[in-house]
Design a protein around this ligand. Structure first.
Ligand SMILES: Cc1ncc(COP(=O)(O)O)c(C=O)c1O
Length: 397
């Protein structure tokens, strides 16, 4: 009954893990979750107030499919001031979250047989989004010792005559890695030489630590910008995951095609949420800095605790709110007659034994690792790590 397309993909493993933890909690089990991919803060009040105002004004009808002009203008201004990128209303578009932007893009430019280069570890939804468009994900592994960064040489090697698109994500989910300007310039040289497109997923742009400076590959040159789709959204920056507003800047013909697809699927993004997104982009930004400060503190605590675990190694993430730690030391350990043979088995063990929800690295194409979201309080981090320490000690004894 089901199509081949849908049979070729699995449900999002991060959302699935979250659902499992929620179900356990509902059953009365006190589960600590490091599984969520969303800030644990409220949407700032001025943003919520704008949504209330929009509702009171009756701004509750269909809007322009690709977003209302006022929101497009706020996005254009954001790209200009934050990234030095010039777009006009025809080259930006609003969708129901960054994920939906990526889906529309894949549907608009990919054909069966096209290859999409995805460096691993990757965000869980990139491969299925390519597969749903009939294209073939080409996974290029990267190593922790190289800070999980795609090298120009590895990119060059992965390119074939069928390559259409390269997916870049900086800061990265799950590794927290941030590409520097010179690293992006080196990748851009290969992209231009082979005439491929780039999607640059910049959803964690504002959550960047230490003295890292954010740089978009679209900033490298006009030639690069002409083949790059810059994806961003309000979910992570403004704690607005439930509002479902994402946006993109890119070549006009493709934006028009994506708008056409959206017009035949979801129509416009939610009207009230669009008004809230304008308030987010144009309003005070102090809440972003506050959130970032909190994430920064949690990052230090979590990464230090992870590296203190026997046999566990974790690079210091430079952005987003995830730590990606190598737990492979524990893989071949036996527990009650079962061998913990990878990240899924270890996460299941930690969920049942320690009541800690985590996402197995295999979901991101790197089975040696486990992803921890630190979008949770310092107290929860401490408690969760105490539980994990105990459960791992039980394995070693
Ligand atoms: C790397 C990355 N891109 C895009 C998204 C999509 O976010 P949204 O659809 O909420 O805008 C996420 C969310 O988890 C993400 O981690």
């Amino acid at each position: 009954m089901l199509s081949e397309r849908v049979r070729a993909i699995k449900p999002s493993p991060t959302l699935a893990m979250n659902a499992k933890a929620v179900a356990m909690r509902r059953a009365g089990v006190d589960v600590i979750s490091f599984g969520v991919g969303e800030p644990d803060f409220e949407t700032p009040q001025h943003i919520r107030q704008e949504a209330v105002r929009a509702m009171e004004e009756g701004f509750t009808r269909y809007t322009a499919v690709g977003g209302i002009p006022e929101l497009k203008d706020a996005i254009i201004e954001k790209f200009k001031t934050d990234n030095g990128l010039e777009f006009d209303r025809d080259s930006v578009m609003v969708s129901c979250g960054g994920k939906h932007v990526l889906y529309n893009l894949a549907q608009a430019i990919l054909d069966p047989g096209d290859e999409v280069i995805i460096p691993a570890p990757y965000w869980v939804s990139y491969p299925p989004i390519a597969v749903l468009a009939g294209a073939e994900p080409v996974i290029v592994p990267t190593e922790a010792r190289d800070d999980f960064k795609l090298s120009p040489e590895a990119l060059e090697q992965a390119i074939t005559p069928r390559t259409k698109l390269l997916v870049l994500n900086s800061p990265s989910n799950p590794t927290g890695v941030v590409y520097t300007q010179s690293e992006l310039e080196a990748l851009a040289e290969v992209v231009l030489r082979h005439d491929i497109f780039v999607v640059s997923d910049e959803i964690y742009e504002k959550l960047i630590f230490d003295d890292q400076v954010f740089f978009s590959i679209a900033q490298v040159s006009d030639a690069l910008k002409a083949r790059t789709f810059v994806v961003n959204g309000v979910s992570k920056t403004y704690a607005m995951t439930g509002w479902r507003i994402g946006y993109v800047g890119g070549p006009k013909e493709v934006i028009a095609a994506m708008t056409k697809i959206q017009s035949q699927s979801t129509s416009n993004p939610n009207s009230v949420a669009q008004r809230a997104a304008i308030a987010a982009l144009n309003g005070p930004q102090d809440s972003v800095l506050e959130m970032k400060r909190a994430f920064d503190e949690r990052r230090s605590v979590l990464v230090d605790r992870l590296n203190a675990l026997d046999g566990v190694v974790c690079n210091r993430p430079q952005g987003a709110f995830y730590a990606f730690a190598d737990f492979s030391h524990y893989y071949r350990k036996e527990k009650d007659g079962h061998t913990l043979d990878g990240s899924t088995a270890l996460c299941e063990y930690l969920l049942t034994q320690a009541r800690v929800a985590l996402v197995p690295g295999i979901a991101f194409g790197a089975d040696n690792f486990i992803r921890f979201s630190y979008a949770t309080s310092l107290e929860t981090i401490a408690q969760g790590l105490d539980r994990i320490t105990e459960a791992l000690e039980a394995l070693s004894s």
